[in-house]
Design a protein around this ligand. Structure first.
Ligand SMILES: [Zn+2]
Length: 177
C-alpha cells in the first residue's frame, strides 16, 4: 500500500467528470487500499478518486469505525437537514458551514462488486454527500453563500503557497497539517 499525493484546489481534475466503474479489477483494489491509507494518513473521514488524480466514480469513507468503499454511489433517499462545518483534504485549513440532508441512503457497488445500500445519519450522511459531490466535480465551497465563499477563497489564498506543486504529500506517521 502507498500513501498517494492529494491534489489541492486549482487542479482541474477536481472539476472533471468521473467515469462509472464497470468491474472491480485488481488495479482498482490496490487503488482503494491506497486511498484508505492516504485518507488515514491525512486524518480524514472520506476521500474521492479525483482527489488522488483519478476519474473513476469511486470514494471511500470511514466514520466512527465504519468504513465503506463506494463504487458508482448514488443517493436514493434523503431526509431532513443538518448544518455541519466541513473541510476538505484538497482545501487544507479552509472550513465552512454547509447545509445537507441529515439522512441519506446510498446505493453503490462495494469492493467485491456486490451492490450495497448504506444508510447514514449526521456525520456519515454529511461525509457521503461531500464525497459524492466530488464525483460530480463539486466541492463544499460551492455550497457556501457568495460572501462565505469569498472568505473561504481568501483563506485558501494564504494556504495554497504551501503547495507549490499543487500536490499535498503526506508522510505516514507524521501528524497531518
Ligand atoms: Zn473533499
Amino acid at each position: 500500500m502507498a500513501v498517494l499525493p492529494i491534489v489541492v484546489l486549482g487542479d482541474p481534475v477536481l472539476r472533471a467528470e468521473t467515469r462509472p466503474v464497470a468491474a472491480v479489477t485488481d488495479e482498482l483494489r490496490t487503488l482503494v487500499a491506497d486511498m484508505f491509507e492516504t485518507m488515514r494518513a491525512a486524518e480524514g473521514i472520506g476521500l474521492a478518486a479525483p482527489q488522488v488524480g483519478r476519474t473513476e466514480r469511486l470514494c471511500v469513507v470511514e466514520v466512527e469505525g465504519q468504513a465503506f468503499t463506494l463504487f458508482n454511489p448514488e443517493i436514493i433517499a434523503r431526509e431532513g437537514t443538518i448544518k455541519w462545518e466541513e473541510g476538505c483534504l484538497s482545501i487544507p485549513e479552509v472550513f465552512g458551514w454547509v447545509e445537507r440532508a441529515q439522512y441519506v441512503k446510498v446505493r453503490a457497488m462495494d469492493l467485491d462488486g456486490t451492490e450495497i445500500e448504506v444508510e447514514g445519519r449526521d456525520l456519515l450522511a454529511v461525509c457521503m454527500q461531500h464525497e459524492i459531490d466530488h464525483l460530480d466535480g463539486k466541492l463544499f465551497i460551492d455550497h457556501l453563500s457568495f460572501l462565505k465563499k469569498r472568505a473561504a477563497m481568501a483563506a485558501w489564498e494564504k494556504e495554497k503557497g504551501k503547495y507549490p506543486t499543487g500536490l499535498r504529500i503526506l508522510v505516514p506517521g507524521e501528524k497531518a497539517e
